[in-house]
Design a binder for this molecule. Structure first.
Ligand SMILES: [Zn+2]
Length: 271
């Protein structure tokens, strides 16, 4: 008889529901082995509660209301971040970061599917000739966002593969595998088996910052920690690594437009 592994069986008993608390939608996730209530606030304003199976809605409501001050304070803090990084709109002239430079978007007719390229200091979007006559470049075109993300992803792979190849040679450190992801909060990681995973969204960063992330992960092949020895190895290849680390911290939300689900903006907030 076929049985699900224990973990799958547990996951299948996880349930989701929405609850209205004082005019706000709270997303509740119930887990079989959860013992207490927990609250998380997402950057995009989503309020999430994880709860044990049998807890009543009124108990959850009381719990959320008891956290009201904390929720309010953080929602307004997040609101400020959202204002500092408004949702990118695919309209003529909107600027997009690529390799640390801002490129204004422009449109032109093309044959075939919508495609993006960088040309003469601009991010050029080709729009199918058949619809060009009714295409308004000053109206937002959220339907082009997935092609834009594909363009960035493709470019990122080329750039990152080259950087890994170059610095592997220089440092004589070779990963056992390389993969690309779009993590929410990490730029790269290195497993204990020597597999390196890189966040392709970092292609918004200047080349030396990208190289720093690669050097950082390659250095983990020698030191699986963040010891002084690890940082001095990083420094041999990336003398300004502190500035690059700061760049990534300061620009952590700049790549939000490439995320399949925005970390910053509510999903019903149409561009
Ligand atoms: Zn590290």
């Amino acid at each position: 008889m076929f049985r699900f592994p224990a973990r799958r069986a547990q996951e299948s008993r996880i349930t989701h529901e929405d609850l209205n608390v004082a005019g706000r939608t709270v997303e509740i996730t119930r887990r079989p082995y959860k013992r207490s209530l927990g609250l998380t606030l997402r950057m995009n304003g989503k309020i999430c509660v994880s709860a044990p199976k049998g807890v009543s809605s009124s108990k959850i409501r009381d719990f959320v209301l008891s956290q009201e001050e904390w929720i309010k304070a953080n929602l307004s803090r997040y609101e400020n971040v959202r204002r500092a990084y408004p949702k990118k709109r695919l309209v003529e002239g909107e600027e997009f970061l690529f390799l640390g430079q801002a490129f204004p978007l422009t449109f032109e007719p093309c044959t075939g599917q919508p495609c993006f390229k960088i040309r003469d200091g601009k991010l050029v979007c080709g729009v199918r000739r058949e619809i060009w006559h009714c295409f308004d470049p000053h109206q937002p075109h959220p339907e082009l966002l997935s092609s834009l993300a594909l363009f960035y992803k493709k470019k990122a792979r080329e750039i990152l593969v080259k950087s890994v190849r170059d610095f592997s040679e220089r440092m004589a450190l070779y990963p056992s595998g390389l993969s690309f992801r779009a993590q929410r909060t990490r730029w790269g990681s290195c497993s204990s088996k020597g597999r390196i995973s890189l966040n392709w969204k970092m292609v918004i960063a200047p080349p030396e910052v990208i190289d720093y992330v690669v050097i950082h992960e390659l250095s983990h092949l020698k030191f699986y920690n963040h010891s002084a020895a690890f940082w001095s190895l990083v420094e041999t290849q990336s003398p300004n690594y502190r500035a690059h680390r700061d760049w990534l911290k300061q620009h952590q939300f700049e790549a939000d437009f490439l995320a399949s689900e925005s970390e910053l903006h509510p999903s019903d907030d149409i561009a």
